[in-house]
Design a binder for this molecule. Structure first.
Ligand SMILES: Cc1cc2nc3c(=O)[nH]c(=O)nc-3n(C[C@H](O)[C@H](O)[C@H](O)COP(=O)(O)OP(=O)(O)OC[C@H]3O[C@@H](n4cnc5c(N)ncnc54)[C@H](O)[C@@H]3O)c2cc1C
Length: 447
């Protein structure tokens, strides 16, 4: 059977590289894969795809849930070789190639005491995560990834190479900050680096029986928490291995994964009321280098797992919604299945809804329900659980979802996600990609 071990052995036996689509549920066979080395290659590949009337997919880090970095029959423009990162310590800016992974960025920036706000798994691509918005450990302190984006360089559908920033092609710059890969191939990103070196963070776990009480406490805590305290809530099953104690192995639990970026001498004091509210069954929170926190869960979620997720934005968490959460958490179908509530209040919420296409700045959380398992035989089981859980919670949601936490769910869902910003995106799409060459994505139709 094709599983993690067989793939790892195959990779180890090669002198060259093995390319994998992260979600093993995706089974697509492109006709051609162009492994671009530079911008010139991207321009040539776009021209070839357009002239040959091929379906064109753009692959950044390959982590997209519905596998929108690959396509059947057509041409994949694979950017993974364009993974350079350059830090300017004086200007505190960071340039990352269109195919870089977040671990490439974290490695390069940490040496200068800087970090770019990103996600929570370091193997995720800079490309897809940024173009969809970017939620992670630094969201409450420094905003979404797009709030730290200063400019992009990109190859458009007609083959032109352009820069988009607040000063140049401002409409395009607006669109790429949430509108995904709809507008062209981004060959490089210019970010603002933030002064982050060592966090005070990690997970705290509590027994599932306390879940309703913890969620009620968490909803009021996070609403008023200072920006330098980030904590995402999770339901999950404790993996059987270090650093977890044996008595917790395989237990379904609830937890909060913290990331405090304030002064370390204040950390114990900041966490004192959190620990006092209810002593955690496991408390792994302490000083941790930022790249270590960023990659803490990489081993738990390697590529090659079956993956099905559903999402929503959430403004409030009434007691009835909490009751539904507790009900479905008790039914977590596999060890890897999980539910996360990522806070997006704080700095991210102080950007206006229309300032970028990311239209839910007034929501408190991005919720994602994730069915995951290594065994393809459990595909139905994990997706049914995720769909049922989502349906029970959707009535309490704000309507749309974070575009990077969606499967292919149809145009209505994409419209709900962009809300009032959809029509403006459609107009910009028409200007830059009127024939919809770039349509292997959460597609915005040119209008
Ligand atoms: C394990 C895991 C953890 C995650 N954690 C987080 C998280 O903490 N926070 C968060 O915000 N998201 C998170 N995500 C979601 C992630 O942001 C999306 O899956 C995203 O699409 C991944 O981007 P990618 O470049 O790796 O994927 P790909 O599959 O390579 O690309 C995704 C989409 O973006 C387009 N694209 C990628 N690069 C470019 C480019 N350079 N130019 C133009 N278009 C491009 C592709 O065409 C495709 O449509 C996570 C995903 C996984 C699987």
């Amino acid at each position: 059977m094709l599983n993690e071990e067989t793939i790892a052995a195959f990779r180890a036996s090669l002198r060259g590289e093995l390319i994998e689509v992260y979600n093993a549920m995706i089974d697509r066979r492109p006709r051609l894969i162009a492994r671009c080395a530079d911008v010139a290659d991207v321009m040539t590949a776009v021209k070839f795809g357009r002239e040959q009337k091929l379906l064109v997919a753009i692959r950044g880090g390959g982590h997209n849930g519905p596998g929108l970095g690959v396509c059947d029959d057509g041409l994949v423009i694979d950017l993974s070789r364009m993974n350079y990162v350059r830090v300017d310590p004086k200007k505190k800016t960071v340039v990352a190639g269109g195919g870089a992974l977040w671990r490439d960025v974290d490695h390069a920036t940490h040496a200068f005491g800087l970090a770019v706000p990103s996600g929570i798994i370091s193997t995720t691509g800079v490309g897809g995560l940024t173009l969809g918005g970017g939620i992670g450990y630094l969201t409450r302190r420094y905003g979404l990834t797009i709030d730290n984006l200063l400019a992009v360089e990109m190859v458009l559908a007609d083959g032109r190479f352009v820069t988009a920033s607040a000063k140049e092609n401002a409409d395009l710059f607006w669109a790429v900050r949430g509108g995904g890969g709809n507008f062209g191939v981004v060959t490089s990103f210019l970010f603002k680096g933030q002064p982050v070196h060592t966090d005070y963070g990690g997970p705290m776990l509590w027994p599932m029986e306390d879940a309703a009480e913890i969620l009620r406490w968490y909803r009021s805590f996070i609403a008023k928490a200072p920006d330098d305290v980030n904590g995402f809530f999770a339901f999950h099953t404790v993996p059987p291995g270090p650093p977890f104690p044996e008595h917790l192995y395989h237990k379904k639990m609830c937890g909060i994964v913290w990331c405090y970026t304030g002064p370390h001498k204040k950390a114990e004091k900041v966490f004192q009321p959190i620990r006092k509210f209810k002593a955690p069954a496991l408390d792994l929170v302490g000083p941790i280098p930022h790249p270590a926190l960023q990659s803490l869960f990489d081993g738990l979620y390697p590529p090659g797992l079956q993956w099905y997720w559903k999402a929503d934005f959430v403004r409030t968490l009434p007691d009835e919604a909490i009751a539904q959460h507790v009900k479905y958490a008790a039914k977590l179908p596999t060890m890897h299945a999980t539910m996360h509530l990522y806070p997006i209040n704080g700095a991210a919420s102080r950007v206006k809804n229309g300032a970028t296409p990311w239209g839910y700045r007034d929501a408190t959380w991005a919720e994602v329900i994730v069915g995951v398992d290594p065994d393809p035989a459990n595909k139905e089981k994990i997706s049914t659980w995720a769909k049922e859980y989502w349906s029970a919670l959707h009535p309490y949601s704000a309507g749309g979802a974070y575009v990077n936490f969606m499967m292919e769910e149809g145009e209505d869902r994409i419209r709900a996600t962009y809300g009032k910003n959809y029509d403006r995106l459609a107009k910009i799409k028409k200007r830059y990609d009127p024939a919809n060459l770039f349509r292997v994505n959460q597609n915005i139709k040119p209008k």
